[in-house]
Ligand binder design. Structure first.
Ligand code: ADP
Ligand code: MG
Length: 723
């Protein structure tokens, strides 16, 4: 049986290779061995490296001869490491990754077979864009799309048992120059934030910085279940989540899974997974059990945002690849099991300058403290003002089961700052005579603030956007999402407020205010307008939903509502103004994401109807047959059937009828004409989702009624507890 198969497996043994001394290789010996970064290659001259970096800094293209030098070096490296093919790797708007492979194999002038990657092959590819969702942005005759090499992210080798392929990170744009991917706007948002933040630092008296970049570390939550159960659940295969399933008696009530002993098979997976990530230059650092049974987490050391975004994509695919070797499947869906803790991606986000200063790290001088507080105020203002676009950026069918499902960060965008910062802000706002160096509340002139924040490690796990000591943690991001879009919107929102803050500071300082005074006025101004977006309480509570409504905060509960933001010029103008998206690119994304939502739900509905017919009802009928036999037999024997048999029979019959009718109606609904996508999506999110929730409830009741021997689908018990 499936259960026997799952429980009799042993942890997979894999061995880290030995070094020349016959010792098991240490991580420092294999870290990054599958990556190629032109900056560290010994086969590229220092002049070439310098020229390329300079071109990158100045935002212009690199010279052909420099690209040729890199192409030659990377080909030698990749081919000598066993690569036969290379591919342009990109992130289309579906949120996943795409790749088109070509062989290094080529002919030289004499017609002899050689290995080769030309500069132009490295720099540009031309996948057929018409096969990717384009949101109606282009007619098929202009379906050409280009992938262009992103030099800021390292190339890497992906290995299967049969060989290796060189992956070249690229951006994907249409023939007409529209971005068709997640990376391009992310890069634009990073480039926009840099100068605005640098200028802010200067105005805040920190004149040493010449550039600022975004830093990010994405914690990844996931479920692992045995492969046998996965393939026996069509809903998992088709939709990534169980569309129904009765809860087991013990789920997560005992709270004993979080940080508990990692099961052997899972630990074996984690070890191999970490090994692979380290070889790929992905700084995986932390691994542990998460809240729900069968749920786990990995977290890397933070890096530059664009690299972190690429890395997270590689994390997701590598995770799947390695888990399968261990006969397990990774579930990245935000809510694979109703009623059980969902999975998110905590996007840890901050900014650093070229001297290594973290803009969200309070310092030891009064000015650095004020600069820090002003930075926090700017971010909170951005969060408040651009709450809807940020909510849009984390929307998706999967995340709808998490956000606002009263056991996850709500769909209300708010910030958690913790008591210390909150108190300081209140003091600044309320006490007009408050001076940066005065002793009321706390002395900002010492490193007291840094200490206080360090000690003040109170964690609020219920906030969608929490300050955690030296960074913000955007927790409402879904576990399956590409982090590129949420980061793009966040960067753009913060950029916009930085720009506004800069002109405010310039005006105030021009009027004779000192740097400190102007920062103080800035904090006061922004915290007054954005105070209502600060919430330090329990974000999962019903009280907060009511309180947020009283405060006038938006609460876009579902994906269709959230996506509508992209049809509201006022809401998205900051994205256009700061050069992140053209208006048409926003329209493209709106169409694609809305259509994607509809398709995902339709697939869920159809799968659900199928499973009801193929599994649930037949199981119920088997049970009825059994009951019929008993009831008949007893009658023949002259014994009246007991209440139980009759009751069970009637109950199963009634439930089957009920779910059958609902399924038939839903099926009919799917066949109707739905030309207005927004309306249809809204109908799905409200009416139809309510129907399928009812249907799932009936299926669960049947699952509880029907004896195990007749119930053929793996249960939560199997998927969550057996390995
Ligand atoms: P916790 O969430 O338990 O506090 P850590 O403090 O180690 O754990 O941080 C979690 C994640 O935040 C890690 O991926 C870490 O690298 C990342 N992180 C830490 N500092 C920064 C920063 N300045 N910018 C972006 N990410 C950061
Ligand atoms: Mg964390």
């Amino acid at each position: 049986s499936l259960r026997n198969r799952a429980t009799s497996r042993n942890p997979r043994k894999f061995t880290v290779p030995l070094d020349n001394m016959g010792q098991t290789k240490r991580v420092s010996e294999y870290y990054g061995e599958l990556t190629f970064d032109f900056k560290t290659s010994e086969d590229i001259s220092d002049t070439t490296k310098r020229e390329i970096i300079k071109a990158l800094d100045e935002g212009r293209g690199i010279k052909k001869e420099h690209a040729e030098a890199v192409a030659k070096a990377v080909t030698d490296w990749a081919v000598s490491n066993g690569a036969t093919h290379f591919c342009h790797w990109f992130q289309p708007l579906t949120g996943g990754t795409a790749e088109k492979h070509d062989a290094f194999f080529s002919f030289n002038k004499e017609g002899k077979a050689i290995e080769r990657l030309s500069a132009s092959q490295l720099m540009q590819g031309e996948p057929d864009a018409s096969s990717f969702p384009n949101g109606g942005s282009r007619s098929t005759f202009e379906a050409r799309g280009y992938t262009t090499w992103d030099l800021t992210s390292p190339m890497f080798l992906i290995e299967t048992v049969n060989g290796r392929t060189l992956y070249i990170p690229t951006a994907f744009v249409s023939y007409l120059g529209e971005s068709l991917d997640i990376k391009t706007p992310l890069l634009k948002s990073i480039s926009a934030l840099g100068p605005a933040a640098t200028k802010f630092l200067k105005l805040a008296g920190h004149t040493q910085s010449s550039s600022v970049h975004v830093t990010c570390g994405a914690e990844q939550e996931y479920f692992l279940i045995d492969k046998a159960f996965y393939y026996a659940r069509p809903d998992l295969v088709m939709t990534g989540r169980t569309l129904f399933g009765a809860l087991t008696t013990r789920n997560q009530q005992l709270e004993d899974h979080y940080f508990g002993l990692v099961p052997d098979r899972v630990l074996a997976f984690m070890q191999e997974f970490d090994y692979e990530l380290h070889r790929l230059g992905i700084p995986s650092k932390t691994r542990h059990n998460e809240v729900a049974p069968g749920q786990f987490e990995m977290a890397p050391i933070f890096t530059e945002a664009n690299v972190a975004s690429d890395n997270n994509q590689i994390v997701m695919t590598t995770m799947r690849r390695i888990a399968e070797k261990h006969d397990m499947m990774v579930l990245l869906h935000e809510k694979p099991f109703a009623g059980i803790n969902g999975s998110g991606k905590h996007v840890n986000w901050s900014m650093s300058d070229d001297t290594g200063l973290n803009l969200l790290e309070p310092g030891s001088e009064p000015q650095s403290n004020l600069r820090f507080l002003a930075t926090v105020a700017i971010i909170v203002e951005a969060l408040h003002r651009y709450a809807n676009p940020l909510r849009m950026a984390i929307s998706g069918a999967g995340n709808d089961h998490r956000l606002g499902a009263n056991e996850a960060p709500p769909s209300i965008i708010s910030a958690y700052l913790g008591d210390t910062i909150d108190k300081i802000f209140h003091a600044i706002m309320e006490d007009k005579s408050f001076e940066p160096t005065s002793n009321n509340v706390l002395n900002l002139g010492t490193n007291q603030l840094a200490h206080l924040l360090k000690d003040n490690t109170d964690r609020n796990r219920t906030s969608p956007f929490a300050f955690t000591g030296n960074k913000f943690e955007f927790r409402a991001v879904g576990s399956s999402h590409a982090i590129g879009l949420p980061m793009t919107i966040l960067n753009a929102a913060v950029t916009d407020i930085f720009i506004e803050a800069n002109s405010f500071l310039e005006t105030e300082q021009g009027r004779g205010q000192t740097v400190d005074q102007s920062l103080m006025s800035l904090i006061k101004k922004f915290m007054t307008t954005s105070q209502k977006a600060v919430f330090n309480g329990d974000g999962y509570s019903k009280e907060w939903v009511a309180e947020a409504a009283r405060r006038g905060l938006p609460n876009l509960r579902t994906t269709p509502e959230a996506l509508k933001t992209m049809t509201d010029k006022n809401a998205y103008s900051f994205l256009v103004r700061n050069g992140i998206f053209h208006e048409s690119e926003i329209e493209t994304r709106y169409n694609i994401l809305l259509e994607r939502y509809i398709k995902i739900r339709e697939i869920e509905f159809e799968t659900m109807i199928d499973m009801i017919h193929q599994f649930v009802i037949p199981s119920g009928l088997e049970y009825k047959t059994m009951l019929t036999k008993i009831i008949k037999g007893q009658k023949e024997m002259g014994v009246p059937a007991s209440n139980f048999e009759m009751d069970a029979y009637k109950k199963v019959s009634a439930k089957i009828d009920e779910v059958y009718v609902l399924a038939a109606n839903l099926y009919k609904e799917l066949g109707e004409d739905h030309s207005n996508h927004q309306k249809y999506a809204e109908k799905i999110a409200t009416e139809l989702m309510t129907t399928v929730t009812t249907m799932a409830g009936i299926c669960n009741e049947l699952e509880d009624l029907i004896p195990n021997q007749f119930y053929t689908l793996p249960k939560y018990y199997d998927m969550l507890f057996l390995r």
